[in-house]
Design a protein around this ligand. Sequence first.
Ligand code: DP6
Length: 331
Amino acid sequence: MKATARAHTNIALIKYWGKRDEKLFLPMNNSLSITLDAFYTTTSVEFCTCLKKDIFLLNGNIMGEAETNKMTRFLDLIRKMSGSTLYGVVDSINTVPTAAGFASSASGFAALAAASTKALKMEINDDILSQIARQGSGSACRSIHGGYVEWEKGEQLDGSDSFGKQILTENEWDLSILSVLVEPNEKKVLSREGMKRTVDTSPFYTGWLETVDDDLTVAKQAIYDRDFETLGNVLERNALKMHATTLGANPPFMYWTSATVAVMQKVQELRDNGISAYYTIDAGPNVKVLCQPEDENSVREKLMTLSVVQEIYHCHPGPGITYLPNTNRKT
Ligand code: DP6
């Protein structure tokens, strides 16, 4: 009744921004991401008749009620699907640079979905696994697969056609994704809350919805064509549009700090000087800069000249879910 799985975080090139069903985590639009090799979560789950409630350890520390309840709600879903009534011990290690602000719910829920369904010996394919992970955190459904992944929003009310699909493996096109740390502190408006406020109140959200499908079509074709310039232009545009919707919300909010803007301007300057690099930003102040592997070191060098840059982590397209042998940790 025990299994261990590893899932990697992903960075969206075309963003998931807004839900049409909050309970089932059904998105308003399709999104597109790259699974990253350097940041991942490894989770062991063991179900046992000896437990009276779930126990959650993160990086070796027993988590409090709020975190444990969140995890229990997710395991309840899996228990319901499998018919099991057993509680479990969830032991998760985040291999994300400490305090880097890159910790992602995507790798966490993808690893938890994979380990817990395997521990319960559920016979499911990746489409179902992705649908399950989606209900922990939307972006987690993309982390089931490696490489380049599209989350199709689906049409069904029950979410049975809303899951991640791989469009290119991690070995089919190498890109460099530089994770630029400018601010290690927690974000003030969580993505869940931010996207809801935007959908509910921002007049700019209509503009988002009107153009995101076209952005995705262009990005997907650029990936198939290995056309970095076209991909870079559309991913940067798409990120800026997502962030623009937050400025129209009520109350308005902004994920950027002056340091974020300094990095964005530096990337523009790099392009003005003939180095092909593009940025994207999620629901926080840190920036991901994409470039081709041959430019990775010169892009890093230029970005490091900014005093606001605390650290740069190098990522490349990484794998999907992997299952690992169980280890016995003494806790
Ligand atoms: C800006 O997947 O964290 O990173 O589904 O509410 O858990 P919930 O949200 P989450 O949102 C990610 C938003 C984003 C864009 C993206 O990853 O596509």
